[in-house]
Design a protein around this ligand. Structure first.
Ligand code: FE2
Length: 189
């Protein structure tokens, strides 16, 4: 267990199944043009599989614990104080060695990922994680994210599955939520 205290931020998103917590800090629509959040990865969890952000670079600064970032056939092992930038268009995934929670400050230089993450977090404000009823909307958002070029799973099979399931839920009227402006000026909850 890490002793790094939880940050106070306007919005958060907890996904117990993947062992991830996201604490959203600032919008890329703000003065520095960066979407920033703290990412916490529980022990034994390695985060999303291989994926690419075609138009946005992603910067990782480890606060505590250890994180491996695999890109272009190389493993970069990071500890507290280490920073790595994954350029736009480079496929990456993670490893999580050790038995400690990993705490990472992440930022992206655009609004594409923000516009997928933040509306879901705002819609399903839940301290204990996304409820089961979030599955259809989350899948439609993932499909929307691929169409908008914010993120793509590297696996063609996974992309096909997401597309098919999203198409199914669209039949029932599930549509992506619109982008949210000004969320980072909200009072922390
Ligand atoms: Fe990424």
């Amino acid at each position: 267990m890490t002793s790094t205290p939880l940050p106070e931020t306007p919005l958060s998103l907890i996904t117990p199944e993947s062992g991830e917590s996201f604490f959203f800090r600032s919008s890329a629509r703000g003065p520095d043009g960066r979407f920033a959040f703290q990412w916490r990865l529980a022990a034994g969890k390695a985060g999303p599989g291989p994926h690419v952000h075609p138009f946005e670079s992603e910067t990782f600064a480890v606060v505590s614990g250890r994180l491996q970032i695999f890109m272009e056939g190389r493993c970069h092992e990071l500890g507290p104080g280490d920073v790595l930038v994954v350029p736009a268009g480079v496929t990456h995934h993670f490893g999580h060695p050790g038995t400690e929670e990993c705490v990472v400050e992440v930022s992206m230089d655009g609004t594409r990922m923000e516009d997928q993450f933040v509306p879901l977090a705002q819609h399903f404000r839940s301290p204990s994680g996304l409820p089961l009823k979030a599955v259809p909307l989350t899948l439609v958002h993932l499909d929307h994210a691929m169409r908008e070029g914010s993120t793509h799973a590297d696996s063609a099979i996974l992309r096909g599955l997401i597309r098919a399931m999203a198409a199914f839920f669209r039949l029932f009227g599930v549509r992506p939520l619109p982008p949210v402006s000004g969320w980072d000026r909200a009072v922390a909850v």
